[in-house]
Design a binder for this molecule. Structure first.
Ligand SMILES: [Zn+2]
Length: 84
């Protein structure tokens, strides 16, 4: 592990990639879906999805992470195969 990296960095990166994937419906604010897309943040060693507009916070659980990782892997495979 390189200096300054955090154990949750991989999880955070997976969610960032998911939010950038143009072929999925991104994760949006639980208060108002017209707010900007949720951003993954780490606070007090906990990973959240956070709304920059209203400070809505959703704790990221293992199901959500698995979904994001599976989705990212799926689209990575399609890109590798030249399908996208
Ligand atoms: Zn919001």
């Amino acid at each position: 592990m390189s200096a300054g990296s955090h154990p949750l960095d991989d999880d955070l990166n997976a969610l960032e990639d998911y939010q950038k994937e143009p072929y999925v419906h991104p994760l949006t604010c639980g208060h108002d879906s017209t707010h900007p897309l949720l951003e993954p943040i780490i606070m007090n060693n906990v990973l959240y999805l956070w709304c920059p507009e209203c400070d809505y916070r959703q704790k990221v659980d293992s199901d959500l992470l698995a979904m994001a990782r599976n989705t990212n892997a799926y689209y990575a495979k399609l890109r590798e195969g030249g399908m996208l």
